[in-house]
Design a protein around this ligand. Sequence first.
Ligand code: HEC
Ligand code: HEC
Ligand code: HEC
Ligand code: HEC
Ligand code: HEC
Ligand code: HEC
Ligand code: HEC
Ligand code: HEC
Ligand code: HEC
Ligand code: HEC
Length: 436
Amino acid sequence: MAIRKRTTKSLARRHDLDYFKKGSDIRLWQWRLALVALIAAIIWLGASAFRSSQAFSSGPISNAHAVFGQKCEVCHIPVVSGMGWLPVVGNRRHVPDSACLSCHVNTGPHHTDLAKITEPCSSCHIEHIGAMHLAATPNKGCTECHANLEVSHGTPSIATHIDSFTKGHPDFRPLRLASAELRTSAFGLKFDHSVHLKKGLLGPVVDGAPQGKVTLQCASCHRVEDARGRDAAHSGLMAPVKFDTDCRSCHTLNFDKSVAEQAPHTTALAALQFLRTGVSAAHPGDDGAMKRAEAVLFREKCSLCHTVSGAESLPRVTNIALETPVVTPTKQPERWFSSAIFSHTVHGSVQCSECHANALTSTSGKDLLLPDIKTCQRCHDGQSRPQGPVLQSGHAESGCFLCHEYHETRPHPVAVAQGSEPPSPAFRLDELLPRH
Ligand code: HEC
Ligand code: HEC
Ligand code: HEC
Ligand code: HEC
Ligand code: HEC
Ligand code: HEC
Ligand code: HEC
Ligand code: HEC
Ligand code: HEC
Ligand code: HEC
């Protein structure tokens, strides 16, 4: 096979070394055309100064900003302040973040302590594409960093190669952390879903006896609590289950046949005080009756649902607080996801068991009943079109913006409404265990 020899010398010989000395027809035409273009540009610019500024616009402004109508200069800041009307000088085509921040004061980027770069506002919030929801940002703005996450110091504490919700997105943290350790620290309540979801469960108790049979629904105990979540319309986490509204009708806190009232369900101390007052009045000086009542209340009743220590035989000392048994905290988290939003209201047409199938068979309060990422991917199937045409039925949006918030400095909507601190969850998973 012949080897083609190519040296720098042979290459140099290909160029015409006298090229710059010759004037060519092509160069002359280049000059003429440039001059024509310049004159045309000046005429166009001059004329447009008298016309609507829409002449420059690349497309209709978003709904949220439509109120600014023709005041282009709120975003396209004049090159020379106050001189935006001047042709040639005019307004800047590029919109600096400072223009957006002059109105949106509280919208800082997230993880500034760890991020290696800063994205300009307009890389995620695309203007001039019409009425679309401006906050429905394309994935690119996120995957710019998250497809290959690097941090300015240390190592990333989260998944580093997320291309989309269906490619590279890890399963949710509570499920990844669903170790025995987590369950023991998270759940203090004894509860058996399968027992309570049986058909024909013994019904509410009146005068010590259950009245008929009932079949409980999920909604008997779980109801959407409003005014949380992203905003009022989209709030939608389940309210924590409450003894007084959800359990007491069947699991009464009576402790003595001669005392009609039930013990309060607040603290063990309050329950004990109530019991002592009631039994002393019904059976004055009868310590046996007192002990029997205490055993019924703490060993039978409270212990059905709680881990109670010190209930075996209550000591008799002068300080009632020291005699009171200790109830292990129940620790129902108000919110499982600390870095994503979720709304039951939005998924109102989906059966509970489609996402929480294991609730039907769960026999322990320590079971984790949350859906995994595959459950979501059935509908949020990656056919994402933020700001694009409406998805066909059967597919749901999968853009990052749908489930995540980006701006950390934004005040919590509830806090804004009430002028108070944002509500904090009963506990956060990341407080219990380090990530990973
Ligand atoms: C709410 C802010 C906002 C307002 C108001 C606004 N623009 Fe823009 N405009 C932008 C953003 C953001 C860009 C993208 C600029 C960038 O990449 O830095 C842009 C880009 C443009 C571009 C360049 C398009 C391109 O493809 O590079 C033109 C031309 C333009 N705007 C004209 C106008 C005109 C004319 C008006 C008034 C009718 C106007 N804009 C009002 C935010 C705005
Ligand atoms: C002159 C003030 C002003 C400027 C400048 C401005 N905005 Fe806005 N923006 C508003 C107002 C007012 C709203 C509507 C707020 C509302 O509906 O609660 C809004 C709404 C938004 C929303 C929410 C839209 C939605 O659909 O929920 C986003 C995102 C946004 N702006 C981004 C930007 C970006 C990015 C820029 C810079 C390119 C910018 N804004 C410049 C005043 C401004
Ligand atoms: C400029 C780079 C950058 C961009 C752009 C970016 N992120 Fe991040 N993101 C980070 C860094 C850095 C972390 C923190 C990593 C760590 O904790 O080790 C992070 C953490 C996260 C986390 C987990 C922790 C938390 O705070 O909730 C989520 C979820 C997340 N980003 C979503 C998004 C979404 C959605 C977008 C697009 C709207 C986005 N990010 C855009 C750099 C970025
Ligand atoms: C009799 C009341 C009752 C009924 C009926 C009930 N639950 Fe629960 N559920 C509870 C209690 C109490 C807890 C809290 C358990 C804990 O803290 O360990 C709970 C917790 C949960 C959780 C919390 C997350 C987790 O992983 O622990 C989910 C999800 C759940 N239930 C789903 C359901 C579904 C779905 C149904 C219907 C099929 C249902 N529940 C019916 C009482 C009930
Ligand atoms: C409609 C009546 C009813 C309601 C409401 C109810 N329970 Fe029950 N519960 C029962 C009955 C009946 C049993 C006994 C079932 C059996 O053993 O077959 C039971 C049993 C239990 C047990 C013992 C389960 C086991 O291991 O056998 C616990 C713990 C319990 N319930 C907790 C709760 C909690 C917590 C709530 C409120 C969130 C609640 N129950 C609401 C009727 C009810
Ligand atoms: C049928 C089940 C059941 C019985 C019986 C029961 N509780 Fe509870 N308890 C609950 C549930 C459910 C919660 C969580 C929601 C709430 O506060 O109502 C709870 C919460 C508590 C709390 C708050 C601790 C925390 O971490 O949330 C205390 C204290 C408590 N119970 C004490 C008692 C005492 C004392 C008794 C007996 C007098 C008792 N409970 C009987 C179901 C029960
Ligand atoms: C359908 C909802 C949904 C969509 C769409 C979605 N996420 Fe998530 N993402 C979640 C949930 C839920 C979690 C778990 C949050 C938690 O445990 O607190 C999560 C967790 C994360 C985390 C933390 C990962 C970790 O290691 O713990 C990052 C980073 C993240 N998402 C980035 C993205 C990016 C980037 C996109 C877009 C390409 C995206 N997500 C799209 C729901 C979604
Ligand atoms: C589309 C899937 C989906 C459906 C349908 C669904 N859930 Fe959930 N559920 C979730 C997710 C995801 C969470 C965790 C959200 C969080 O706390 O951040 C959750 C959390 C819960 C919790 C714990 C408290 C809370 O809000 O975090 C309970 C209780 C619950 N669901 C009950 C129900 C009941 C009852 C139904 C039917 C009315 C239902 N869920 C329907 C996905 C679903
Ligand atoms: C049966 C289909 C289906 C399943 C399964 C499903 N979703 Fe959705 N989800 C939807 C639809 C439809 C919407 C409305 C948004 C849209 O227009 O695409 C939605 C909206 C959302 C939103 C936006 C809520 C808001 O406040 O606007 C979040 C967040 C979300 N889903 C998370 C999840 C998560 C996490 C899971 C898995 C636990 C899940 N979804 C499972 C169909 C589903
Ligand atoms: C990496 C992508 C990204 C960048 C860069 C970005 N945003 Fe956002 N922004 C989002 C996403 C996603 C949402 C919707 C989710 C949410 O509510 O946090 C949003 C929501 C908003 C909203 C409406 C929600 C609210 O706070 O009321 C405003 C206003 C906003 N951004 C302004 C800005 C401004 C101003 C900048 C530049 C300083 C900017 N954004 C930069 C992704 C981005």
